[in-house]
Design a protein around this ligand. Sequence first.
Ligand code: SF4
Length: 172
Amino acid sequence: MNTKTHMQWSWILIVSFFTLSILNIRFGLLGLICIGAPMYHAIKGKGKIHCAKYCPRGSFLGKFLAEISFNKNLPKGMNTKTFKNILLLLMIAMFGISLFHAGLDYKKIAFSIFRLMLSSFVIGIIMGVIFRPRSWCIVCPMGHATGLIKKAKESKNSFQNSRDRTNPNKAA
Ligand code: SF4
């Protein structure tokens, strides 16, 4: 399957996730896959491949909002590192607090994940209608965190390469 195909159909996954979670909140635990997948790929050194090839949320926003979006430009203040960092920290804090309150109750944990997924999905849709369809992707905490991991890996690799070049034992 090629890249285009994945993004054409992967929206089905997020619609299925919400449907199943509404029918039975236990399915909310599956949201961990959606949260973890971009990180997993980035840690594996595949950068933002999840955003480009697989993301069900990005697929949904791109597919269904194109026709109804007002296509306004995102306010400049939202396309800044500071804004994205604040949003990421806010999401981590809110998710952390809700998991803390959930304790070891897996239904409450599932509900916390579902609520996080739903709230970001609704915000993504609202942003996609007002601004461009995939405006959420510009500020998305998952996408931003993935970008940070990618940058950290790149600078680690370039540091390693320059150290190898200046190491006479390695160069020989
Ligand atoms: S930025 Fe977020 S919503 Fe957009 S494709 Fe990446 S992970 Fe998905």
